[in-house]
Ligand binder design. Sequence first.
Ligand SMILES: [Zn+2]
Length: 497
Amino acid sequence: MEETGGEPQTNAPGAAARLRSALRALRGRIPPFWRKWRGWRGRIPPLWRIPPFWRGWPRAAQIAAAAGGGLLLALLALRLDVWTPSIAAPGELVLGLAGREVQLELSDSLSGLRSVSARLRHAEGEAQLLSEKFAGGALFGGRRGAVQRALVLDAEAWGLPEGAAQLRVVARDWSWSSLLTGRAARLTIPLRVDLSAPRIAVLRGPGAVRRGGAGAVRYRIDEPVLRDGVSLGGDFFPGYPRPGAAGERIAIFAFGRNARSEAPPRIIAEDIGGNHGASAWSARLIERKFEDTAIRLSRRFLQDKVLQLAAQLGVNEPNALRAFQFINREQRARDEKRIRQIIATSEPRPLFAGGFLRLPRSAVTSRFAERRNYMSEGARVSQAIHYGYDLASVAEAEVPAANSGRVLFAGPLGIYGNCVILDHGLGLTSLYAHLSSMAVAKGERVERGAAIGRTGSTGLAGGDHLHFAILVGETYVDPQEWWDAKWLRDFVESALR
Ligand SMILES: [Zn+2]
């Protein structure tokens, strides 16, 4: 409750009236000060009666004077320029050990830019980064277009302390405002100096990886990062948040068939300031030899299959052997590129559970990563690495989804013929090729074991079989590991869950 206090208002009836009559009496005695002016009014002619100085001028000169006066007024209005210059710059910045460049775009459309300055204020002082004057003059202004300037911020060279700082930019134009010093635009950009690399702790990782094989790792990073994951042999495998564990990250990675082997796998991370951190754990890289095989190209295969496929793919080459060479090299490369684009949209969480399924009741006719030498009339005419397993069952056998996931692609894909690609999350995908028919469409969810199509010989296939492949990131891996539920538990799921 609020108390209302103070004196009650009293009315003094007649007080105002008494004051008024006193004033009236006073006025009768003292002549008002403006009485004298009335006397002058008759003697001083009013302004509008003063003959203008241009009265005697010729008409043309009068018009010219009026036009000149108008122009002067217009110039004055224009040169006072009510618009401040514009400064375009990033909203906020994080400055790391590596330093960075900050792009400024300055412009003033009316009177033009006159000067720009930029200063950095930090906990221990101030530094001038930019001070520039632009050509121009008070009368006509200066350059109207936009000007770009790059500020190079080098925290290490300047010995900046870590913490908050500010980047202040002032741009002035050539307007006559502010006593001819120009109108100023000021921009303050908050900046954080972070010179510490992200710290990575590996929580769980496999002790060994076979060439052509894979593994999963769990780790923790002490700050938010732009990019993190496993680096191995020149390949990069992105990390994902571990479901239900704040701050923890997981990544599935591979030791590719062609990866370099000079260093063990490392977790790498880059923070917002561009600071790089890395951490390795002791994981042995196990080398492995892959088979070399010879495949004889029959006349029938070349004449029937290859020429038919060439026509389908729009390869204009009447010679069957040359058509095969083109398809096996150029079309294969094109298809691999397309597959990398398709699998780029993997979900950031595991969709799979349990060992991967193999085509039931099937025989292996070709293994992972073998080198194929294609022979014709006793000579090697082409080569390729076979990055999957060929599995043969009865013709048009039903193909189960190797694990749960989402359909990334279902359709014709060059040498792979009718092809289905499933996403199992975390960059893990499986590929089913040469299908005679497909039972799923892009975007569909599939359960482990659900029929996705039937085997066939579409694309570059000599007979009815399933070409089955698994990719980790952009790297093909040996499906043998993924078919093995125990390996999957020990080397992948143990780190993920
Ligand atoms: Zn194959």
